[in-house]
Design a protein around this ligand. Structure first.
Ligand SMILES: Cc1ncc(C[n+]2csc(CCOP(=O)(O)OP(=O)(O)O)c2C)c(N)n1
Length: 818
């Protein structure tokens, strides 16, 4: 009996009723024949898709069953979206896919395709294939027009068996088993490296900017692969330690699916716009967007016609549409769309009409916002029943046979569910965090040493040439900006897959000249201007990193990172966590920021808040204050990204970019020579190690600071030294992870700690420093000077809210008086 809420029972009952009512086929059709005269699928192929769809459906039912007795933790299902089985079938299993959370059937088909393509040892009596026998698309250069046969096209019809592995993966995700193949129990995601399925987060649409970045990178690396060096299904670009392994074949296209409500999200509109913008500019972005349109975003309807109207109107993105309840049609349209994207390397969107059965998720009472008539109508449009109808109409199978397959699959899925619910879960916090980006300082140091050896050995001539015959170590004392510029150049020389990009970084050379000349030296393919959208700048980095590049995107001002911070927090920082390191997006994000720009800008050019970054698990935050720290710290970040896949934020204090003096005008004490490669090893700066300046006896006071605070504190310490006060000034250099050991050692040495924190009092860095001292049992005196909890005003009024030299001296005197 159909209630006013679609329940698993309703769905199951209705499916059985629908099949039972189907008339017996007039005559049987050979499985090898097209399912209808003009269909692109044979009976066997369609039957295979049916089995994938049924597996997905039974997984949804099993998810609710597991939930009913507290063993399942995820009930967002794919019911109504099983048309995406035909989408998967029309793609190559080597096309990287970032999937919507309703992709059960897609995932089943992809896993079966890969298993079918896996080399099996030939039988002893198997004939040797002729030299020109077709091989899998990944194994040789495919004809861009030829799309693959769907899974099982030549194999005997397999029922549930080809999908058992995928079903186990999904069930393991539902029960949070630590044996789940991608997230290891950290989340229920669709993902597996060998299936080229990249896990996506629950943040709708946040994977779209990454997909565009992947498209750009796949295309760029394909062009770089001039020597045609290939390994397996991927491509190796460059040589030596800087070589990148590109995990996808050169003619791969990126597939990215999402729901209809998601098309309205800022991240989605950014991605469509960026794909279109590049297309308009003549650059190639081979991405197939797939919008699975069930008409609803939880309870909110997409206005009739809106999704089509908005998708059709995206400049530079070609529109295709299909009905998910028509597997043959969906297959044909996807084939056409994929062939177009593959051949022309241009973006397209497939608008796939679907329905949503059993509500948004297990707990969703649809009756609150949908009428019984509407729910019943959706049940009539069940795509799995539609596939069954087509099979029976065509004489491929009888309804009884299909029901028998449905029941057998249901039984097998429950059996697997029972098996996996007993598997271990993540057992400790250490287990959970083991999947965060690893930190291997010895290997990072070795990578820096290797880079030094290359720069002074085999790479010396190229280096000399790139620097126009005058390497930076011969250029005399440098500013912070010049030092970063030289270190970027050295990075580009050493990492062939490194790219520097962002708003204004290339032709202009950066708003502050930090990237000046890099484009001329390294070319527009490696140093390029992007469009003005921070979400897309980071999205390009996310995709490029995943594709094997070493991206160094720039965010022009710290205040504008907040436009796009989810791309760092939700996407970049979680990738290794949700994939146990199977996928990684190494990245060094340069951000110009912090305050004290004399006479320029108000808050947005002087933003002094990093709170949003400090608590992102695994994220590295570097703040170089001085030129002689900036170059080694940047080298460390690049090495850590390459070695450990780290996501690093390299926060550059704008006010110090061009500073030359420290104590007195003209003293040049804030300049430093650039180290020649022979001294890179000795000057290596590990992540999480502070720098300590000892002034006078260094016994009376410890100032802990970073960024602009270093210069102000050194000046204050010099003044105190004239009064006989000995100070040690600790430049944290790394805000995450904080140099806790250095903080505690240097604080304990004097017993008086002044934290000079140019970020805000609330949520500022100082909170972390004080907490580290308390955690360690520090018992001395401590004070904090920090920015006022305010935005930074324009002009001289900024002085009222920023940490001033006077405040530092006052704070020091108060401490010394105790
Ligand atoms: C950025 C963001 N906001 C809100 C949510 C909560 N949420 C989860 S799914 C969803 C609706 C998505 O609808 P649609 O894109 O149409 O996909 P569907 O679930 O219908 O397949 C919402 C609002 C989220 N996951 N991410």
């Amino acid at each position: 009996m159909l209630s006013d809420v679609t329940t698993p029972q309703d769905l199951d009952d209705r499916f059985r009723e629908t099949l039972a009512a189907l008339p017996a086929p007039a005559q049987r059709r050979d499985l090898a024949d097209p399912v209808t005269d003009d269909a692109p699928l044979t009976g066997a192929q369609l039957l295979d898709l049916f089995d994938a769809q049924v597996t997905s459906r039974q997984l949804d039912l099993a998810g609710r069953w597991l939930r009913s007795f507290g063993e399942g933790f995820y009930t967002i299902g794919s019911s109504g979206h099983e048309g995406n089985a035909a989408v998967a079938a029309a793609l190559r299993p080597t096309d990287p896919a970032l999937l919507h959370y309703r992709s059960g059937a897609f995932y089943c088909v992809r896993a079966a395709q890969v298993a079918a393509d896996a080399p099996t040892p030939p039988a002893a009596d198997a004939p040797t294939p002729p030299a020109d026998a077709p091989t899998s698309p990944a194994a040789d250069a495919p004809d861009p027009d030829s799309e693959p046969e769907p899974a099982g096209s030549e194999a005997p019809v397999g029922g549930f068996v080809p999908y058992a592995e995928a079903a186990r993966d999904v069930l393991r995700g539902m029960v949070a088993s630590s044996e789940e193949p991608i997230a290891g129990g950290r989340h229920k995601v669709f993902g597996r490296a060998d299936l080229a399925v990249v896990p996506t987060t629950s943040t709708i649409a946040s994977h779209l900017p990454r997909a565009v970045g992947m498209g750009l990178a796949v295309e760029r690396l394909r062009r770089l692969d001039t020597a045609g060096r290939r390994t397996g299904t991927g491509v190796r670009v460059g040589s030596g330690a800087g070589a990148a392994h590109v995990p996808w074949p050169p003619d791969a296209i990126v597939v990215c699916s999402f729901g209809d409500a998601s098309v309205n999200h800022a991240s989605a509109t950014a991605a469509f716009n960026t794909a279109g913008w590049y297309d308009h500019a003549g650059l190639r972005i081979p991405v197939l967007f797939v919008c699975e349109d069930n008409g609803l975003g939880i309870s909110v309807r997409s206005p009739e016609g809106w999704v089509e109207a908005t998708l059709r109107a995206k400049p530079g993105i070609r529109y295709f549409s299909a009905d998910g309840a028509d597997p043959a049609g969906t297959y044909a349209v996807t084939q056409e769309a994929a062939a177009w994207v593959r051949r022309y390397r241009r973006p397209a969107v497939l608008h796939l009409r679907t329905i949503r059965l059993m509500g948004h998720a297990g707990a969703d009472a649809e009756s609150a916002y949908r009428s019984p008539a509407e729910l019943a109508e959706d049940l009539d449009r069940d795509p799995v029943a539609a596939t069954a109808r087509l099979l029976v109409d065509a004489g491929v199978a009888t309804a009884e046979e299909l029901l028998a397959r449905y029941d057998e699959t249901g039984w097998q899925v429950r059996r697997l569910a029972e098996e996996v619910l007993g598997e271990p879960k993540l057992a400790s916090a250490a287990d959970v965090v083991s999947a965060l980006a690893p930190r291997r300082p010895v290997r990072v140091a070795r990578a820096v040493a290797d880079a030094a050896a290359r720069a002074s050995g085999p790479g010396a001539a190229a280096r000399e040439e790139a620097f126009g015959g005058k390497p930076p170590e011969l250029s005399g004392p440098m500013t912070l900006a010049q030092s970063i510029n030289a270190a970027l150049a050295d990075g580009l020389l050493d990492h062939p897959q490194m790219a520097v990009f962002g708003e204004d970084v290339a032709v202009k050379g950066g708003v502050y000249g930090v990237t000046k000349g890099l484009r001329d030296r390294f070319g527009a393919a490696r140093v390029f201007d992007t469009l003005l959208d921070e979400t897309s700048v980071l999205g390009l980095g996310l995709g490029a990193g995943l594709a094997g590049m070493l991206p160094v995107p720039e965010i022009q001002y710290l205040a504008y990172l907040h436009n796009a911070e989810d791309q760092l927090r939700g996407e970049a920082a979680t990738m290794q966590f949700f994939s146990r390191g199977a996928f990684r997006n190494p990245m060094v994000v340069r951000v110009a920021g912090l305050a004290y720009q004399q006479g320029f800008g108000g808050h947005f050019h002087n933003d002094n808040s990093v709170a949003v970054l400090r608590d992102v698990p695994g994220l590295v935050i570097a703040v170089p204050a001085r030129p002689d720290d900036a170059a080694p710290m940047l080298r460390t970040c690049l090495a850590s990204a390459a070695v450990d896949g780290s996501v690093c934020v390299f926060l550059e204090p704008i006010a110090l970019y061009h500073t030359r003096d420290l104590y007195a005008d003209g003293d040049g004490e804030w300049l430093a020579g650039y180290p020649e490669p022979g001294s890179w090893v000795a000057g290596h700066v590990p992540i999480g190690r502070a720098r300590v300046y000892r002034i006078g006896s260094a016994d009376d006071l410890t100032i802990i600071t970073f960024g602009n605070g270093v210069r102000m504190s050194l000046r204050a310490a010099a003044a105190l030294a004239e009064e006989g006060v000995g100070t040690r000034v600790v430049d944290l250099r790394w805000l995450a992870p904080l140099p806790v050991a250095d903080i505690i050692r240097e604080s304990s040495a004097t017993g008086r700690v002044l934290v000079v924190d140019e970020t805000r009092r609330s949520g500022g860095v100082g909170e972390g420093v004080i907490a580290a001292l308390v955690d360690a049992g520090y018992v001395g005196a401590a004070r904090r000077v920090a920015g006022v909890d305010s935005f930074v005003p324009l002009g001289p009024a900024a002085r009222h809210v920023l940490v001033s030299p006077e405040a530092i001296t006052d704070g020091a005197r108060t401490l010394l008086a105790r």
